[in-house]
Design a protein around this ligand. Structure first.
Ligand code: XMP
Length: 525
């Protein structure tokens, strides 16, 4: 039977079925640090969801949130097209905290005045904290991170100022009776040293959260619920050998044992020796493990395709078709399990937010999928939460700490059209890069090479070369939602450059990517 899979549908049902934690809603007004707010809330052991600012009020109510946080955003509240939510949100009786644009939105919606400040306030700023439950236990002379051009000139009725800086009189406010709070600065970033404590105070002292979001209970509860959901049915798990799908497979294996078959698709877009390594690790485990070698099938479909989203969609669809074919061989498989995690969902476009990239397992899924349901037990988790679950269910460290490798593999690291020759060149160069970083103990959280489509002139021996330019990418990050480029020592870069140009045919130039995310992304496509 064919089923239409809609991601909002499966997300809603699945979350309702699997979880019952106290929930805080992070209402997204488009700011750069929004995921960080969600991360900080979860670090305080409170479950939270990021939802678009337009999310219907009835649905917000139905989630029975303990609190709502309005995020920052790049707009000015008084512009015609600015994102604003309904004022009904203030009537729910749910505590609200506005951050940056969020405090301005509260002000504007409740009748106060927001206007451009004389000059932009940006960076580390001294702040004078007043009396507020948010600031309990903190020094009055404190520090915060500011990033705003507008500011509040008139408070809405019933509000009082609770913090000021030299240039921003209303750096924080509250209406204690209505439990509405706001801060002009960013408590979620590290440059506000007491920021996490402020969020903690909001969650525990204002919203009354108890903190029931823990990875240990998540793992046990999820296993139990998967058991109930799947019953005696058969399940297929899409296993890539990466952290996410390995953790998903481990949960499923604990829940339904032998009813689970793990399918590892070798699409010919893996790194050097990766297919054999994954087979070695999982082939030894007490799992039904199947490696499907289907390089030709993927490369034929990708032939001549250069547009990154088109590549992603083709790969997303082919993955599903391979799983469907394998499911037919096994017979009567109802469920397909994927290791989708929360950043995949968000970057593939949540609600109104922009599609950055269609992650192969979310936005790049075809409309028709021949399974009764796609099950994604990690869909609500961030990467480091997934790692915690992995440890919790006993996966070895080398698996839990593996750096991410995207499902579309080297297809999105060969810029432009993909050929076997280019894949081979990239595989060799990438292996040298990774080997040198590891040998020299360079601390980066993800690193890889990218074969750019560009060729340039070089000189080797006495001859002219006209060959490819290879880009190196290495980043440090805690959640892969934002990232900084890694400061690799020059001598290590030098060694890498010499080795790659000498050892890999058809590369005559190397460049190092020194952009952070944002504005770039980690992968090039
Ligand atoms: P970007 O490039 O969006 O990547 O900054 C963020 C993280 O996600 C990984 N990534 C993917 N992982 N399927 C995946 O499983 C995908 O389609 C995909 N695209 C990017 C990327 O390697 C980085 O760790």
């Amino acid at each position: 039977m064919k089923f239409v899979i809609q991601y909002t549908h499966s997300m809603k049902d699945y979350r309702e079925e699997l979880m019952n934690n106290e929930t805080v809603i992070v209402l997204d007004f488009g700011g750069q640090y929004n995921q960080l707010i969600a991360r900080r809330v979860r670090e305080c052991n409170v479950y939270c969801e990021v939802l678009p600012y337009k999310y219907p009020i009835e649905k917000i109510k139905a989630k029975n949130p303990k609190g709502i946080i309005f995020t920052g955003g790049p707009n000015s509240v008084y512009e015609k097209t600015s994102p604003l939510c309904t004022t009904e949100i203030f009537e729910l009786g749910v505590p609200i905290l506005g951050i940056c644009y969020g405090i301005q939105a509260i002000t504007y919606l409740l009748g106060g005045k927001v206007a451009p400040a004389g000059k932009r306030e940006y960076g580390k700023t001294s702040i004078q904290l007043g009396e507020s439950v948010l600031f309990e236990g903190m020094d009055k002379e404190n520090q915060c991170w500011m990033s705003h051009t507008d500011q509040i000139f008139e408070l809405p009725e019933g509000f009082e100022i609770t913090a000021s800086t030299q240039t921003c009189k209303v750096a924080a406010f509250m209406n204690e009776e209505k439990k509405i709070y706001g801060v002009q600065f960013h408590p979620e970033v590290e440059h506000t040293p007491d920021g996490t404590q402020m969020l903690h105070n909001f969650l525990y002292k204002v919203c009354g959260c108890k903190g029931d979001w823990e990875m240990a209970s998540f793992a046990q509860e999820t296993i139990q619920k998967l058991k109930t959901k799947i019953g005696e049915k058969k399940v297929l798990c899409a296993l890539s050998g990466g952290v996410d799908s390995s953790v998903a497979a481990a949960l499923l294996s604990k829940a339904v044992g032998n009813q689970l078959t793990c399918i590892f698709v070798d699409h010919g877009l893996l790194r050097k020796d990766e297919g054999d390594q994954v087979e070695k690790i999982f082939g030894q485990m007490p799992l039904n493990f199947v490696r499907v070698n289907c390089k030709d099938r993927f490369l034929t479909k990708l032939s001549g395709v250069t547009e990154p989203e088109a590549k992603r969609k083709i790969i997303g669809e082919e993955f599903i078709r391979v799983f469907e074919a394998e499911a037919k061989k096994i017979g009567a498989v109802d469920y397909l399990v994927q290791g989708t995690i929360y950043p995949d969902v968000i970057e593939s476009g949540l609600g109104d937010s922009a599609v950055i990239k269609s992650h192969h397992n979310v936005g790049a899924l075809p409309d028709y999928v021949d399974f009764k349901e796609i099950v994604e037990p990690l869909r609500d988790l961030f990467k480091d939460e997934v790692r915690k679950v992995g440890r919790e269910v006993g996966l070895p460290d080398y698996l839990v700490n593996r750096q991410p490798f995207p499902g579309p593999g080297l297809a999105i690291r060969v810029i432009g059209d993909i050929t076997e020759e280019k894949l081979d060149i990239l595989r060799e160069a990438d292996a040298i890069f990774r080997e040198e970083l590891e040998k020299n103990h360079v601390e980066a959280h993800q690193y890889f090479a990218v074969l750019t489509g560009m060729r340039s002139v070089g000189v080797m021996g006495d001859g002219r070369t006209y060959d490819y330019t290879l880009a190196l990418r290495a980043v440090t990050t805690s959640d892969f939602m934002t990232a900084d480029w890694c400061r690799i020592p020059y001598d290590v870069l030098d060694r890498i450059s010499v080795r790659i140009v000498n050892e890999v045919k058809h590369i005559n130039r190397l460049v190092y990517d020194i952009t952070s995310k944002p504005p770039a992304t980690i992968e090039w496509e």
